[in-house]
Design a protein around this ligand. Structure first.
Ligand code: ZN
Ligand code: ZN
Length: 707
């Protein structure tokens, strides 16, 4: 029997369907669905995993946080152990339902004896290679002679799958070991630093403070930006605008050439000089091309999807689902240049009969020659993200369709000609002062015709010529002020991480998700908590290296070196151990200060607002009852003030600066895994809450979810 191992269950089913033509059998082995079929006399079985089935960890003797010095973890032995499956497959048999624990490792071992050949068909990248390698090692324990082969593909379509299985290759050990080095390094750094910082600030058990090789420099970006915003000094300035009209009554606007007046009276002086007429000094016209966007890679997909309301994690999860259903190519790729093998013209033609996309498809295929745009990054593992099958709107969930549509439109756009924009600049003299008018309009739609996500606002200016006299029909002075830099959105953060070499296309969205779930940052755009500010401040002071992206991107480079065969896994992991030892020596020296600062930060995060009692000067603080272990809000002036408010007991509670619009009480944000965060007024008898269900009626606060 030939055993095919894929990364996910749904991929297994599709691969089996494609290879078998028809006549597919299905069975469950240790709770794992396995698909069987025959080709000629040969029996095939396909089994899908759930991503990684093995993880790295420390032996039991290192489990106690209090007894083991975190320093010991740097050199401790690392074990590879099966990941325990938490979820249980429920099977209804008659009235009773029995639970079967899904056990991938057991299932692989059970099938090992009958296996004559193993074919690894996991995703083709560093993590996928490691997942396949680990599964192979499990089979090998029982059956060491079965040869192993590798099927490489970038889309789960009949064409790609049949091609991949017709020319099977070898498992790339270098690639798998690069993945393993990443696992080891992340474990060593994460466990050592997390334990040290958590113990130093007495935040253990479920309150631990996680610190990591990639997440910490990422969080530093958010904390630094917040500091920039807070220390930003706004400068007032004034802008002088005029409204002008031609003889035929066409109106447009012009701005004084100085744009920003830093002194108010200077602006007023110019304003007062403006008379009834102006004269055109000269006009210049330029036509500029708007080239089509580059093909999507993971980062640019996340950025574009974020602009239409998807978080990074959601984008990746939907994209994976679309990939496994055969609708799009593999969504984890850095590549932005189409290889000739994917047949871009055929893909465009495929949409010829689609209700939604036929017009676009015809526009693309009717060109004499189809020329694709190219991005800056080129790699050979996977093509840029593109559609691989025509989906119908009614067959997809609304969000899935939205993302699919974005991917199809982007693909088509990359095959369409540039748009053209005409810009006109006119110099106008009014009472001896120079004003400038800038107009622009799209004169050729090109790719923008089918890409509603791109927005261009035409600014009107009539045809003008030198010496033409214009009437001044209005004038104004605008009071303005300089603005601080803006906070990072999730999309912008992913982009910045890529630029700095933080994380990989496969991990960036998860890192953001984790930072949010650990209470380090929230909202979109992202704002750090006080705890995050304190942790980063202390790491910067005592271990600059962990907060800066340089070391992490250096390690990332070494891991690429393993994949390329230039370095061994052991060399790279040892190098990272040495780096970490230096870091820890410095941290230990600053332990007391670190402890104090972080505790203060955590306290600040717990302040909900000023006490509602007018005669009390205390703060309302989130506390945990010693007796019942339940959390509630109490006043810092207790026992003098006995004001209390109840709180929901599940999920993370974040303090906000908002006040309830119904009653003026402070509002807290409740974050639960897998749900949209919601804002809650702490006042139990708030008039904004439903009379029937006063206890926890949650007001719909923020428009943008923070997850
Ligand atoms: Zn009080
Ligand atoms: Zn209220």
């Amino acid at each position: 029997m030939k055993l095919i191992i894929s990364e996910k269950e749904i991929a297994a089913r599709r691969i089996a369907k494609i290879l078998s033509g028809d006549g597919l059998s299905e069975e469950k082995i240790c709770g794992v669905p396995v698909y069987g079929f025959k080709i000629g006399d040969e029996d095939y079985k396909v089994m899908g995993l759930r991503g990684h089935i093995m993880q790295v960890g420390y032996p039991k003797e290192y489990a106690n946080w209090v007894k083991v010095d975190p320093m010991e973890l740097i050199t401790a032995r690392i074990e590879k152990v099966p990941i325990k499956e938490k979820s249980i497959n429920k099977k209804a048999t008659g009235k009773k339902s029995t639970s079967v624990r899904v056990d991938y490792v057991k299932a692989l071992k059970k099938m090992a004896d009958d296996t004559d050949e193993i074919i690894i068909a996991t995703d083709f990248d560093r993590e996928g290679e490691l997942i396949g390698y680990d599964a192979w090692q499990v089979v090998k324990e029982k059956n060491s002679i079965a040869p192993v082969k590798r099927a490489k593909f970038s889309a789960i379509t009949p064409r790609d799958i049949n091609e991949a299985f017709a020319k099977l290759g070898k498992v790339d050990l270098n690639l798998a070991f690069a993945g393993r080095a990443r696992q080891d390094i992340d474990l060593i750094w994460g466990a050592t630093l997390t334990r040290f910082i958590s113990l130093a600030s007495f935040q253990i058990w479920d309150k631990y403070l996680s610190v990591g090789r990639v997440q910490t420099p990422t969080l530093t970006l958010i904390v630094d930006r917040e500091a920039e915003i807070k220390s930003f000094v706004t400068i007032p300035y004034w802008v002088v605008n005029v409204k002008l009209a031609t003889k035929s009554g066409q109106e447009f606007e012009a701005t004084h050439k100085k744009k920003r007046f830093l002194k108010k009276d200077e602006a007023h002086k110019v304003y007062n000089i403006i008379k009834d007429n102006g004269i055109v000094l000269g006009v210049t016209e330029k036509t500029r091309k708007l080239t089509p966007p580059a093909p999507f890679n993971t980062t640019s997909l996340i950025v574009s999807a974020n602009a239409i309301g998807f978080t990074a994690a959601r984008t990746i999860s939907i994209a994976e689902n679309l990939y496994m259903n055969g609708y799009i190519s593999y969504p984890r790729t850095d590549n932005t240049v189409y290889p000739s093998s994917i047949g871009i013209g055929e893909i465009a033609k495929m949409f010829d009969k689609s209700d939604e996309f036929k017009e676009m498809s015809r526009e693309v295929t009717s060109q004499e020659k189809i020329v694709a745009s190219r991005g800056k990054k080129r790699s050979t593992d996977h093509p840029p993200i593109h559609p691989t099958a025509v989906a119908e709107k009614k067959n997809l969930k609304s969000d899935d369709w939205k993302l699919y549509e974005l991917i199809v439109r982007r693909f088509m756009c990359t095959l369409l000609p540039s748009a053209e924009v005409k810009s006109i600049m006119a110099d106008i003299d009014i009472g001896g002062e120079l004003f400038k008018a800038n107009g622009s309009n799209i004169i050729k739609l090109g790719w923008t015709k089918f890409y509603p996500y791109f927005k261009h606002e035409d600014v009107f200016i009539p045809d003008l010529e030198a010496n033409q006299i214009l009437t001044v029909s209005g004038k104004e002075i605008l009071d303005k002020q300089t603005k601080p830099p803006s906070r990072y959105t999730q999309g912008k953060l992913v982009e910045k991480m890529e630029e700095l070499g933080l994380g990989t296309k496969a991990t960036r969205h998860t890192i953001i998700q984790n930072l949010i779930q650990r209470g380090y940052m929230h909202g979109n755009p992202l704002t750090p908590s006080e705890k995050a500010v304190a942790v980063i401040k202390m790491l910067k002071k005592h271990a600059e290296k962990i907060s800066s992206p340089d070391m992490t991107s250096e390690l990332e480079m070494y891991m690429d070196g393993i994949a390329g065969g230039d370095q061994t896994k052991e060399e790279v992991v040892d190098k990272s151990r040495e780096m970490l030892k230096d870091v820890m020596v410095n941290l230990k020296n600053g332990k007391e200060e670190i402890s104090q600062e972080i505790k203060d930060g955590i306290k600040k995060d717990l302040i909900v607002g000023k006490c509602m009692d007018k005669s009390c000067d205390g703060n309302l603080i989130i506390r945990t009852s010693r007796k019942t272990k339940k959390r509630f809000i109490g006043c810092s002036a207790y026992p003098r003030c006995t004001n209390t408010f109840s709180l929901p007991q599940n999920g993370l509670i974040l303090t906000t600066e908002q006040k309830c619009k119904h009653c003026g009480y402070p509002v807290v944000r409740v974050i639960r895994k897998g749900r949209k965060p919601w804002d809650l007024c702490i006042n139990n008898i708030c008039p904004g809450k439903d009379a029937n269900n006063k206890k926890f009626r949650y007001s719909k606060g923020s428009k943008k979810p923070a997850d």
